[in-house]
Design a protein around this ligand. Structure first.
Ligand SMILES: Nc1nc2c(ncn2[C@@H]2O[C@H](COP(=O)(O)OP(=O)(O)OP(=O)(O)O)[C@@H](O)[C@H]2O)c(=O)[nH]1
Length: 368
């Protein structure tokens, strides 16, 4: 059962057909069917008091619509300032200038803004668009195309013997532990057995927070007060192998890229994980706060230089005015010839508020 589900929800297998009587999906929700089992109950799940996940299966179509609506509403601040550019009646230089300012204000960054403007001009010319509303749709298409390489499924269960090991890093408060809790819930629902490692051995609250998520998901957590984070990670990978777990998720302490000794500690954790399993960690994921805009891109670059990132989770896209940062991340990846995929995005503190990233859905939600 797990092998089927894990393919379906974490490795991008074909989506099942929608029921015949289902209402049409929103304009852009190409991965909506794949999202259905990730759609969760509406139980509040704040880090301080996560509520247990409901066992009731939500209606697939409603869940799809509900996620798209939440994404749309989360991105409203970013989208409305970009969208306001298209309220006029003329396609002229003033429109492109206003658009440039709006994109920069949304933390899209200079390169991505320039790329999008150039691409948009070509699309406008090719389509002979005459009204600004049509140009807005063309911008959504250009953005979706730019973001598409970021859209990849988290590979789970590809290891022939032993668990898939996920190492999670990020600055303080980016949403690492909350993301791990939500991911664990999604994975458990998909039939995977999960083991958590509390490699933040300094902060008791961090261990407790992970412990709460572990209890809610009825999964085990390896932790050790005041111990060496690398040793805890080693123990967790060894235990995960011995106990036949499908996934081991290692929660590391928050740190700034400028705290060089703590970045060295992260590198050590990775090295020691490799001692427990030479093929691990199979994924090194950076959790970034979508509210931090260009700063998040700087974090991606710095953590990638230290660890070699394999993926990103972008949290707190609810209410941000800086949602353009995903375009900046895509452009950075494009320029260096290797994108770091965005596996999941988060738009809130509830379990269902973390979902797989879909480029077209994101662009449509932003520029609907
Ligand atoms: N609004 C919103 N809040 C979120 C989201 N994801 C996480 N949070 C909240 O952000 C806060 C910090 O989340 P944590 O998971 O504790 O962050 P962390 O990175 O583990 O923090 P440290 O362990 O201190 O480094 C919590 O209050 C979370 O509930 C999101 O997508 N949207």
């Amino acid at each position: 059962m797990f092998s089927y589900l894990k393919k379906k929800f974490f490795s991008g297998a074909p989506e099942p057909a929608a029921p015949a009587d289902a209402p049409p999906p929103p304009a852009a929700a190409p991965h909506a069917a794949a999202l259905e089992a990730q759609q969760a109950p509406t139980a509040a799940a704040s880090s301080s008091n996560p509520a247990p996940p409901s066992t009731t299966a939500p209606d697939a179509t409603l869940s799809r619509l509900s996620w798209f609506e939440r994404l749309k509403s989360g991105l409203r601040k970013t989208g409305s300032s970009i969208g306001s550019v298209f309220i006029g009646t003329q396609i002229d230089e003033a429109l492109y200038e206003e658009l440039e300012a709006a994109l920069l204000q949304a933390d899209t960054g200079v390169q991505a803004t320039q790329y999008l403007l150039d691409d948009l001009r070509l699309r406008v010319k090719a389509s002979k668009a005459t009204d600004p509303a049509a140009v807005k749709a063309l911008l959504a298409a250009a953005l979706a195309d730019l973001l598409r390489p970021l859209q990849q499924s988290l590979p789970i269960g590809a290891q022939p013997d032993g668990p898939t090991v996920l190492m999670i890093a990020g600055v303080n408060g980016a949403g690492k532990t909350t993301t791990i809790g939500k991911l664990t819930w999604h994975l458990s629902n998909a039939g995977a057995s999960v083991l958590l490692a509390a490699a933040d051995t300094f902060r008791a609250a961090a261990r407790e927070q992970l412990g709460v998520w572990a209890a809610r998901n009825t999964v085990e957590v390896i932790s050790q007060q005041g111990g060496d984070p690398a040793a805890v990670s080693f123990d967790a990978v060894t235990a995960g192998r011995a106990r036949g777990r499908d996934v081991v998720i290692i929660d590391t302490a928050g740190r700034l890229p400028t705290q060089l000794h703590l970045m060295e500690e992260l590198k050590k954790i990775k090295r020691v994980i490799q001692k427990a399993d030479p093929s691990a960690p199979h994924e090194v994921l950076l959790v970034i706060d979508g509210n931090t805009g260009q700063n998040a891109l700087a974090q991606v670059k710095a953590f990638d230089a230290a660890l070699g990132l394999t993926g990103l989770v972008v949290t707190k896209l609810d209410g941000t005015a800086k949602g353009g940062v995903l375009a900046a991340i895509a452009t950075w990846g494009r320029e260096r010839g290797a994108v770091v995929p965005v596996y999941f995005i988060g738009v809130g503190e509830q379990l269902a508020d973390l979902q797989t990233f879909d480029a077209q859905e994101f662009a449509q939600a932003l520029l609907h």
